[in-house]
Design a protein around this ligand. Structure first.
Ligand SMILES: Cc1ncc(COP(=O)(O)O)c(C=O)c1O
Length: 388
Protein backbone atom coordinates (compact mmCIF):
# COMPACT_ATOMS: atom_id res chain seq x y z
CA UNK A 1 0.00 0.00 0.00
CA UNK A 2 1.23 3.46 -0.93
CA UNK A 3 2.32 5.42 2.15
CA UNK A 4 0.76 8.77 3.09
CA UNK A 5 -2.13 8.43 0.66
CA UNK A 6 -5.31 10.25 1.65
CA UNK A 7 -8.75 8.98 0.71
CA UNK A 8 -9.89 10.14 -2.72
CA UNK A 9 -12.80 12.07 -1.23
CA UNK A 10 -10.41 14.50 0.45
CA UNK A 11 -9.34 15.68 -2.98
CA UNK A 12 -12.98 16.40 -3.82
CA UNK A 13 -13.36 18.84 -0.95
CA UNK A 14 -12.59 22.45 -1.76
CA UNK A 15 -10.90 24.51 0.95
CA UNK A 16 -12.64 27.77 1.90
CA UNK A 17 -11.19 30.53 -0.29
CA UNK A 18 -12.05 32.97 2.47
CA UNK A 19 -9.33 31.31 4.57
CA UNK A 20 -6.75 32.93 2.30
CA UNK A 21 -8.43 36.27 3.02
CA UNK A 22 -8.64 35.50 6.74
CA UNK A 23 -4.98 34.48 7.01
CA UNK A 24 -3.93 37.65 5.21
CA UNK A 25 -6.25 39.73 7.43
CA UNK A 26 -4.67 38.19 10.56
CA UNK A 27 -1.17 38.96 9.26
CA UNK A 28 -2.14 42.57 8.63
CA UNK A 29 -3.77 42.87 12.07
CA UNK A 30 -0.61 41.42 13.66
CA UNK A 31 1.33 44.20 11.92
CA UNK A 32 -0.92 46.70 13.68
CA UNK A 33 -3.22 47.42 10.70
CA UNK A 34 -6.87 48.31 11.38
CA UNK A 35 -8.68 45.54 9.49
CA UNK A 36 -12.48 45.68 9.13
CA UNK A 37 -13.88 42.15 9.15
CA UNK A 38 -16.92 41.65 6.96
CA UNK A 39 -15.93 38.16 5.86
CA UNK A 40 -16.84 35.79 8.67
CA UNK A 41 -20.33 34.27 8.95
CA UNK A 42 -20.48 34.65 12.69
CA UNK A 43 -22.42 37.15 14.82
CA UNK A 44 -20.31 39.72 16.67
CA UNK A 45 -22.50 39.06 19.74
CA UNK A 46 -21.91 36.35 22.32
CA UNK A 47 -24.41 34.13 24.13
CA UNK A 48 -26.83 36.13 26.30
CA UNK A 49 -25.51 36.32 29.90
CA UNK A 50 -28.28 34.17 31.38
CA UNK A 51 -27.53 31.42 28.86
CA UNK A 52 -23.79 31.52 29.55
CA UNK A 53 -24.54 31.45 33.29
CA UNK A 54 -26.67 28.32 32.83
CA UNK A 55 -23.66 26.72 31.12
CA UNK A 56 -21.36 27.65 34.00
CA UNK A 57 -23.95 26.28 36.40
CA UNK A 58 -24.01 22.97 34.52
CA UNK A 59 -20.22 22.69 34.84
CA UNK A 60 -20.29 23.53 38.56
CA UNK A 61 -23.02 21.00 39.23
CA UNK A 62 -21.14 18.31 37.36
CA UNK A 63 -23.72 18.04 34.58
CA UNK A 64 -20.99 17.12 32.15
CA UNK A 65 -21.50 13.48 31.20
CA UNK A 66 -23.05 12.23 27.98
CA UNK A 67 -26.73 12.96 27.49
CA UNK A 68 -29.23 10.80 25.64
CA UNK A 69 -28.06 10.50 22.01
CA UNK A 70 -30.85 12.66 20.62
CA UNK A 71 -30.53 15.32 23.31
CA UNK A 72 -31.58 16.34 26.82
CA UNK A 73 -35.33 15.75 27.16
CA UNK A 74 -35.84 19.24 28.67
CA UNK A 75 -34.04 20.86 25.73
CA UNK A 76 -36.08 18.91 23.19
CA UNK A 77 -39.23 19.98 25.04
CA UNK A 78 -38.06 23.63 25.09
CA UNK A 79 -37.40 23.56 21.32
CA UNK A 80 -40.79 21.95 20.73
CA UNK A 81 -42.53 24.59 22.90
CA UNK A 82 -40.71 27.33 21.04
CA UNK A 83 -41.94 26.03 17.67
CA UNK A 84 -45.46 26.20 19.08
CA UNK A 85 -45.12 29.63 20.63
CA UNK A 86 -43.13 31.52 18.02
CA UNK A 87 -44.08 29.67 14.85
CA UNK A 88 -47.46 28.18 15.72
CA UNK A 89 -46.45 24.69 14.64
CA UNK A 90 -46.64 21.46 16.60
CA UNK A 91 -43.39 19.47 16.55
CA UNK A 92 -43.25 16.62 19.05
CA UNK A 93 -39.99 16.52 21.06
CA UNK A 94 -39.35 12.95 19.80
CA UNK A 95 -38.86 14.34 16.27
CA UNK A 96 -36.08 16.68 17.42
CA UNK A 97 -32.53 15.28 17.23
CA UNK A 98 -30.07 17.58 19.02
CA UNK A 99 -26.70 17.63 17.24
CA UNK A 100 -23.22 19.21 17.45
CA UNK A 101 -24.17 22.35 15.48
CA UNK A 102 -26.17 22.46 12.28
CA UNK A 103 -23.00 20.91 10.86
CA UNK A 104 -23.73 17.73 12.84
CA UNK A 105 -27.31 17.85 11.61
CA UNK A 106 -26.17 18.14 7.97
CA UNK A 107 -23.83 15.18 8.37
CA UNK A 108 -26.59 13.18 10.02
CA UNK A 109 -28.98 14.14 7.24
CA UNK A 110 -26.52 13.12 4.53
CA UNK A 111 -26.10 9.73 6.20
CA UNK A 112 -29.80 9.29 6.86
CA UNK A 113 -31.38 10.06 3.53
CA UNK A 114 -29.08 9.38 0.59
CA UNK A 115 -27.37 6.23 -0.66
CA UNK A 116 -23.82 6.20 -1.98
CA UNK A 117 -23.92 6.96 -5.70
CA UNK A 118 -27.09 9.06 -5.43
CA UNK A 119 -27.40 12.80 -5.96
CA UNK A 120 -28.86 15.66 -3.96
CA UNK A 121 -29.90 18.88 -5.69
CA UNK A 122 -29.20 22.33 -4.29
CA UNK A 123 -29.09 25.83 -5.71
CA UNK A 124 -25.92 27.49 -6.97
CA UNK A 125 -24.86 29.45 -4.90
CA UNK A 126 -25.39 27.86 -1.49
CA UNK A 127 -23.59 26.98 1.75
CA UNK A 128 -20.45 25.12 0.53
CA UNK A 129 -20.24 22.51 3.30
CA UNK A 130 -23.53 20.98 2.13
CA UNK A 131 -21.81 19.33 -0.79
CA UNK A 132 -18.87 18.27 1.35
CA UNK A 133 -21.06 16.53 3.93
CA UNK A 134 -22.61 14.59 1.08
CA UNK A 135 -19.20 13.62 -0.32
CA UNK A 136 -18.40 12.03 3.07
CA UNK A 137 -21.17 9.59 2.46
CA UNK A 138 -20.41 8.94 -1.21
CA UNK A 139 -23.31 11.13 -2.35
CA UNK A 140 -22.97 13.71 -5.10
CA UNK A 141 -24.21 17.26 -4.70
CA UNK A 142 -25.63 18.59 -7.95
CA UNK A 143 -25.67 22.37 -8.06
CA UNK A 144 -28.61 23.72 -10.01
CA UNK A 145 -27.99 26.97 -11.88
CA UNK A 146 -29.96 29.97 -10.74
CA UNK A 147 -30.16 33.50 -12.13
CA UNK A 148 -29.28 36.72 -10.37
CA UNK A 149 -32.46 38.21 -11.93
CA UNK A 150 -34.42 35.68 -9.83
CA UNK A 151 -32.45 36.56 -6.69
CA UNK A 152 -30.65 33.19 -7.10
CA UNK A 153 -33.87 31.30 -6.36
CA UNK A 154 -33.99 27.92 -8.08
CA UNK A 155 -36.70 27.74 -10.77
CA UNK A 156 -38.99 25.03 -9.39
CA UNK A 157 -40.80 24.68 -12.70
CA UNK A 158 -37.66 23.12 -14.14
CA UNK A 159 -36.84 20.96 -11.09
CA UNK A 160 -37.88 17.78 -12.90
CA UNK A 161 -35.32 18.54 -15.67
CA UNK A 162 -32.53 18.17 -13.11
CA UNK A 163 -34.06 15.14 -11.41
CA UNK A 164 -33.17 11.59 -12.47
CA UNK A 165 -33.53 8.05 -11.10
CA UNK A 166 -30.50 8.64 -8.94
CA UNK A 167 -31.78 11.81 -7.28
CA UNK A 168 -32.48 11.48 -3.60
CA UNK A 169 -33.73 14.93 -2.69
CA UNK A 170 -33.52 18.70 -2.68
CA UNK A 171 -31.73 20.84 -0.07
CA UNK A 172 -32.72 24.47 0.35
CA UNK A 173 -31.93 27.13 2.93
CA UNK A 174 -33.97 30.09 4.11
CA UNK A 175 -32.72 32.71 4.90
CA UNK A 176 -29.89 31.87 2.54
CA UNK A 177 -26.17 31.95 3.00
CA UNK A 178 -24.64 33.73 0.99
CA UNK A 179 -27.50 35.91 -0.29
CA UNK A 180 -29.66 36.58 2.79
CA UNK A 181 -32.75 35.89 0.63
CA UNK A 182 -35.83 34.47 2.36
CA UNK A 183 -37.96 31.86 0.60
CA UNK A 184 -41.70 32.52 0.73
CA UNK A 185 -44.18 30.01 2.10
CA UNK A 186 -45.71 29.70 -1.39
CA UNK A 187 -42.28 28.85 -2.84
CA UNK A 188 -41.53 26.21 -0.21
CA UNK A 189 -45.01 24.74 -0.57
CA UNK A 190 -44.42 24.36 -4.30
CA UNK A 191 -40.97 22.87 -3.64
CA UNK A 192 -42.56 20.30 -1.34
CA UNK A 193 -45.25 19.41 -3.90
CA UNK A 194 -42.69 19.00 -6.69
CA UNK A 195 -40.33 16.92 -4.55
CA UNK A 196 -43.18 14.69 -3.41
CA UNK A 197 -44.30 14.17 -6.99
CA UNK A 198 -40.73 13.23 -7.93
CA UNK A 199 -40.48 10.87 -4.96
CA UNK A 200 -37.63 12.44 -3.00
CA UNK A 201 -36.92 14.17 0.29
CA UNK A 202 -36.84 17.92 1.03
CA UNK A 203 -34.48 19.47 3.56
CA UNK A 204 -34.80 23.11 4.58
CA UNK A 205 -31.87 24.60 6.48
CA UNK A 206 -33.39 27.21 8.81
CA UNK A 207 -30.19 28.04 10.68
CA UNK A 208 -30.84 31.79 10.26
CA UNK A 209 -34.43 31.49 11.48
CA UNK A 210 -35.43 34.51 13.56
CA UNK A 211 -33.02 36.75 11.67
CA UNK A 212 -35.64 37.92 9.18
CA UNK A 213 -36.19 41.63 8.46
CA UNK A 214 -38.53 41.45 5.46
CA UNK A 215 -40.81 38.63 4.38
CA UNK A 216 -42.27 35.80 6.41
CA UNK A 217 -40.45 34.36 9.39
CA UNK A 218 -42.04 30.91 9.40
CA UNK A 219 -40.88 27.31 9.58
CA UNK A 220 -41.15 24.84 6.69
CA UNK A 221 -42.51 22.48 9.34
CA UNK A 222 -45.77 24.42 9.09
CA UNK A 223 -46.12 23.10 5.52
CA UNK A 224 -45.68 19.36 6.15
CA UNK A 225 -44.46 17.00 8.86
CA UNK A 226 -42.46 15.05 6.29
CA UNK A 227 -40.10 17.94 5.50
CA UNK A 228 -36.69 17.70 7.22
CA UNK A 229 -35.58 20.89 8.95
CA UNK A 230 -32.20 21.95 10.33
CA UNK A 231 -31.57 24.65 12.89
CA UNK A 232 -28.86 25.78 15.30
CA UNK A 233 -28.02 27.91 18.30
CA UNK A 234 -25.10 29.44 16.35
CA UNK A 235 -26.72 32.43 14.69
CA UNK A 236 -29.93 33.76 16.32
CA UNK A 237 -28.65 32.85 19.78
CA UNK A 238 -25.04 33.84 18.90
CA UNK A 239 -23.59 30.58 20.25
CA UNK A 240 -21.29 29.51 17.40
CA UNK A 241 -18.59 27.97 19.59
CA UNK A 242 -21.07 26.12 21.81
CA UNK A 243 -21.57 23.75 18.84
CA UNK A 244 -25.24 23.01 19.20
CA UNK A 245 -27.95 22.53 16.60
CA UNK A 246 -30.79 20.20 15.74
CA UNK A 247 -32.50 18.24 13.00
CA UNK A 248 -36.27 17.73 12.89
CA UNK A 249 -37.22 14.46 11.24
CA UNK A 250 -40.59 12.91 10.36
CA UNK A 251 -41.95 10.24 12.76
CA UNK A 252 -40.90 7.43 10.39
CA UNK A 253 -37.25 8.56 10.48
CA UNK A 254 -36.84 8.88 14.27
CA UNK A 255 -35.49 5.39 14.83
CA UNK A 256 -32.95 5.60 11.99
CA UNK A 257 -31.83 9.09 12.99
CA UNK A 258 -31.43 7.98 16.62
CA UNK A 259 -29.20 5.04 15.62
CA UNK A 260 -27.04 7.33 13.51
CA UNK A 261 -26.83 10.02 16.22
CA UNK A 262 -25.71 7.38 18.75
CA UNK A 263 -22.96 6.21 16.46
CA UNK A 264 -21.81 9.49 14.94
CA UNK A 265 -21.79 11.70 18.05
CA UNK A 266 -22.82 9.70 21.18
CA UNK A 267 -24.39 13.02 22.18
CA UNK A 268 -24.16 16.76 21.49
CA UNK A 269 -22.10 18.89 23.95
CA UNK A 270 -23.75 18.52 27.35
CA UNK A 271 -22.87 21.88 28.93
CA UNK A 272 -24.17 23.62 25.80
CA UNK A 273 -27.42 21.69 26.03
CA UNK A 274 -28.01 22.76 29.64
CA UNK A 275 -27.22 26.35 28.66
CA UNK A 276 -29.53 26.22 25.65
CA UNK A 277 -32.55 25.21 27.75
CA UNK A 278 -32.34 28.75 29.17
CA UNK A 279 -32.29 30.30 25.68
CA UNK A 280 -36.05 30.08 25.12
CA UNK A 281 -37.04 32.11 28.19
CA UNK A 282 -38.72 35.48 27.44
CA UNK A 283 -35.82 37.61 28.76
CA UNK A 284 -33.32 35.90 26.44
CA UNK A 285 -35.68 36.05 23.46
CA UNK A 286 -36.19 39.79 24.16
CA UNK A 287 -32.42 40.31 24.03
CA UNK A 288 -32.21 38.34 20.77
CA UNK A 289 -34.99 40.50 19.34
CA UNK A 290 -33.10 43.67 20.32
CA UNK A 291 -30.06 42.28 18.50
CA UNK A 292 -32.17 41.52 15.44
CA UNK A 293 -33.16 45.17 15.35
CA UNK A 294 -29.52 46.22 15.58
CA UNK A 295 -28.71 43.89 12.68
CA UNK A 296 -31.58 45.36 10.67
CA UNK A 297 -30.30 48.90 11.19
CA UNK A 298 -26.88 47.76 9.97
CA UNK A 299 -28.44 46.02 6.99
CA UNK A 300 -30.28 49.17 5.94
CA UNK A 301 -27.13 51.26 6.37
CA UNK A 302 -25.11 48.79 4.29
CA UNK A 303 -27.71 48.60 1.51
CA UNK A 304 -27.90 52.40 1.33
CA UNK A 305 -24.11 52.66 1.34
CA UNK A 306 -23.66 50.08 -1.41
CA UNK A 307 -26.15 51.98 -3.54
CA UNK A 308 -24.24 55.19 -2.87
CA UNK A 309 -20.94 53.71 -4.03
CA UNK A 310 -22.53 52.02 -7.06
CA UNK A 311 -22.19 48.33 -6.18
CA UNK A 312 -25.38 46.41 -7.04
CA UNK A 313 -26.91 44.00 -4.52
CA UNK A 314 -28.01 40.96 -6.52
CA UNK A 315 -30.46 39.21 -4.22
CA UNK A 316 -33.04 40.57 -1.79
CA UNK A 317 -31.11 40.78 1.50
CA UNK A 318 -34.11 40.03 3.70
CA UNK A 319 -32.54 37.87 6.38
CA UNK A 320 -29.42 36.33 8.00
CA UNK A 321 -26.63 38.93 8.10
CA UNK A 322 -25.40 38.78 4.53
CA UNK A 323 -25.56 40.88 1.39
CA UNK A 324 -24.45 39.41 -1.94
CA UNK A 325 -22.92 42.00 -4.21
CA UNK A 326 -21.99 42.13 -7.90
CA UNK A 327 -18.48 43.52 -8.32
CA UNK A 328 -18.18 42.74 -12.03
CA UNK A 329 -18.22 46.45 -12.91
CA UNK A 330 -14.93 46.89 -11.05
CA UNK A 331 -13.16 43.53 -11.51
CA UNK A 332 -13.12 40.36 -13.60
CA UNK A 333 -11.98 38.29 -10.61
CA UNK A 334 -13.74 38.76 -7.28
CA UNK A 335 -11.17 36.70 -5.37
CA UNK A 336 -8.23 38.80 -6.63
CA UNK A 337 -10.29 41.93 -5.92
CA UNK A 338 -10.93 40.79 -2.32
CA UNK A 339 -7.21 40.27 -1.74
CA UNK A 340 -6.33 43.56 -3.34
CA UNK A 341 -8.97 45.40 -1.30
CA UNK A 342 -7.67 43.82 1.87
CA UNK A 343 -4.08 44.68 1.07
CA UNK A 344 -4.84 48.26 0.08
CA UNK A 345 -7.75 49.29 2.29
CA UNK A 346 -7.83 46.60 5.00
CA UNK A 347 -11.42 45.51 4.40
CA UNK A 348 -12.04 41.74 4.39
CA UNK A 349 -14.89 40.25 2.30
CA UNK A 350 -15.71 36.71 1.16
CA UNK A 351 -15.36 35.89 -2.57
CA UNK A 352 -18.35 34.34 -4.32
CA UNK A 353 -16.30 31.30 -5.36
CA UNK A 354 -16.80 29.88 -1.88
CA UNK A 355 -20.51 29.44 -2.53
CA UNK A 356 -21.05 28.65 -6.17
CA UNK A 357 -19.67 27.75 -9.53
CA UNK A 358 -21.61 29.78 -12.06
CA UNK A 359 -20.38 33.37 -12.40
CA UNK A 360 -18.95 33.18 -8.86
CA UNK A 361 -16.04 35.40 -9.96
CA UNK A 362 -18.56 38.27 -10.21
CA UNK A 363 -19.71 38.27 -6.60
CA UNK A 364 -18.64 38.95 -3.04
CA UNK A 365 -20.46 38.41 0.25
CA UNK A 366 -20.62 41.11 2.90
CA UNK A 367 -21.42 40.00 6.47
CA UNK A 368 -22.74 42.93 8.54
CA UNK A 369 -21.24 41.60 11.72
CA UNK A 370 -19.67 44.83 12.94
CA UNK A 371 -21.29 48.03 14.16
CA UNK A 372 -22.65 50.73 11.90
CA UNK A 373 -19.72 53.11 12.25
CA UNK A 374 -17.32 50.36 11.12
CA UNK A 375 -19.64 49.52 8.22
CA UNK A 376 -19.62 53.18 7.13
CA UNK A 377 -15.85 53.25 7.41
CA UNK A 378 -15.61 50.06 5.31
CA UNK A 379 -17.86 51.60 2.64
CA UNK A 380 -15.73 54.76 2.53
CA UNK A 381 -12.59 52.66 2.13
CA UNK A 382 -14.17 50.56 -0.64
CA UNK A 383 -15.31 53.71 -2.47
CA UNK A 384 -11.75 55.06 -2.27
CA UNK A 385 -10.38 51.72 -3.53
CA UNK A 386 -12.73 51.71 -6.51
CA UNK A 387 -11.97 55.33 -7.36
CA UNK A 388 -8.17 54.86 -7.18
C1 LIG B 1 -26.53 27.74 5.88
C2 LIG B 1 -25.67 27.20 6.97
N1 LIG B 1 -25.93 25.95 7.42
C3 LIG B 1 -25.18 25.41 8.40
C4 LIG B 1 -24.13 26.10 8.98
C5 LIG B 1 -23.34 25.43 10.09
O1 LIG B 1 -23.55 26.08 11.32
P1 LIG B 1 -23.25 25.47 12.76
O2 LIG B 1 -22.60 24.16 12.60
O3 LIG B 1 -22.39 26.49 13.46
O4 LIG B 1 -24.57 25.36 13.47
C6 LIG B 1 -23.83 27.40 8.55
C7 LIG B 1 -22.71 28.16 9.13
O5 LIG B 1 -22.37 29.26 8.73
C8 LIG B 1 -24.63 27.98 7.51
O6 LIG B 1 -24.41 29.20 7.05
Amino acid sequence: MEKHKLATRVGEIAPFQVMVVLTKAKQLAAQGEDVIHLEVGEPDFVAVDAVAAAGVDAIQQGNTGYTAATGLPELKQAISDDYQQRYDVHVSPERIIVTPGASGALLLMASLMANAGEEVLMPDPCYPCNRHFLIQTGVKAKLVETRSEDGFEMDLNTLSDHWNDNTSGLWLASPSNPTGAVLSKAYLTQAWQEVQALGGHLLVDEIYQGLVYEGDDFSALSIADDIFVINSFSKYFAMTGWRLGWLVVPEWAIEGATKLAQNLFISAPTVSQYAAVRAFQPDVLAECEARRQILNARRLALLAGLKRIGLPVVAPAQGAFYVYVDVSSVTKDAMAWCLDLLETEKVALTPGADFGMKDAHKYVRFAYTCDESRLEEALARIARFIAA
